[in-house]
Design a binder for this molecule. Structure first.
Ligand code: SAM
Length: 352
């Protein structure tokens, strides 16, 4: 039996009204979802002035947490940059950083990786908006699979991205970052593209955490990765409906054995509370097999939405709109807030 500790992450949403230097840098968030990226940039002192998202339910979440930001709820493929600026009333406003995570389903190693998937071209819309809004920096987030993905013509997607940014006059770097290295209690790797059309530095945040806590980076002591136990609710506080039925547990065991015979991985993943949680995907709502809490062979449960949000380092007071399924999906889609904050702080240094 595992004894889970009972405290939640102390990441409060810090809303800086006035930047210490008297200047607030601005962001526009595309493919905003619930707003994980926005939240991290907000914590670092940025002000988001406009956003875009196709799914109305996700936009509602975004509005609940960012009531002063105009979010244009529309398929980005149907809107021009001029329409976006007009609708969001940002004509004439300088955009310091354009942020966004074009959908990655098509690129994801866990997904189909279908080169014909039209969603694969949504990053082209992101580039179109970089060209139109001319931000000083852009931050484009994606899954590691984007680095090996090929188009239907056999061209590497990453080469295409290089060509496109070069064409519009932006230099950029990309790097795979591990969320756990920035204090997120989750193993989640994401590729972060950072670009600029100026001669400002493009730097990535230095890790603050590591698997082992023995290193120092530039004189700073690295902390040990944060374990999932820091956000798990005590067993007696978890509603019964999050526990798997005997039928579901037997189904998982059967699937695991079938997979084993075929030489494939397990059908489910049990969280080790002492280490960061497995990646929470947008499909978590289905059966929670990404990451389950086990007390005994008969007592296995899913993470509650509140716990899943804490795994993604959303502040405790963050509100989600929609059904249970919608909420898990928005959480699984998000950029971990503390990872976004670390990236934002590094960009702020270059902008200052
Ligand atoms: C990976 S999620 C972004 C998560 C977000 N960056 C965060 O940190 O919470 C991608 C988002 O793009 C949205 N999306 C998909 N296709 C779109 C389109 N054609 N136009 C606008 N948004 C779209 C999805 O609904 C989803 O919310």
């Amino acid at each position: 039996m595992v004894n889970y500790s009972r405290y939640f992450l102390k990441t409060k949403s810090t809303q800086l009204n006035i930047d210490t230097m008297g200047k607030k840098f601005t962001t526009v968030d595309l493919f905003a979802g619930a707003g994980g990226l926005t939240e991290g940039f907000k914590m670092a002192g940025f002000e988001t002035i406009a956003a875009n998202e196709i799914v109305p339910t996700y936009s509602e979440t975004y509005k609940l947490n960012n009531p002063n930001v105009k979010i244009f709820t529309e398929d980005i493929r149907n809107i021009t940059v001029e329409q976006f600026k007009k609708e969001c009333k940002i004509n004439g406003k300088k955009v310091d950083v354009l942020i966004g995570g074009p959908p990655c389903q098509g690129f994801s190693m866990a997904g189909m990786r279908d080169p014909k998937d039209p969603r694969n071209s949504l990053f082209m819309d992101f580039i179109r908006f970089v060209d139109g809004l001319k931000p000083t920096f852009f931050v484009m987030e994606n899954v590691p699979g984007i680095l090996t993905m090929k188009t239907a013509k056999g061209e590497k997607v990453i080469d295409l991205i290089c060509k496109e940014y070069e064409r519009i006059g932006y230099k950029f770097k990309y790097k795979k970052l591990h969320a756990a290295d920035y204090g997120v209690p989750q193993k989640r790797k994401r590729v972060i593209f950072i670009g600029t059309n100026t001669n400002k530095d493009i730097n990535y945040p230095k890790p603050t955490h590591d698997k082992e806590a023995y290193k120092t980076i530039e004189g700073k002591q690295i902390k040990k990765w944060v374990g999932a136990e820091t956000i798990l609710l005590p067993k007696n506080k978890v509603p019964k409906n999050f526990f798997l039925s005997e039928k579901m547990i037997n189904g998982f065991i059967k699937r695991r054995e079938q997979n084993k015979k075929k030489g494939r991985g397990f059908g489910w993943q049990i969280i080790d509370p002492k280490t960061p949680c497995y990646t929470i995907s947008a499909r978590y709502w289905k059966d929670g097999s990404d990451a389950l809490v086990k007390y005994s062979d008969k007592e296995i449960r899913m993470l509650t939405p509140k716990e899943a949000a804490a795994i993604q380092t959303f502040p405790q007071n963050f509100k989600f709109f929609g059904s249970k399924r919608d909420v898990y999906t928005q959480i699984g889609n998000a950029v971990p807030v503390l990872l976004a904050k670390a990236i934002a702080e590094e960009i702020k240094k270059s902008l200052d």
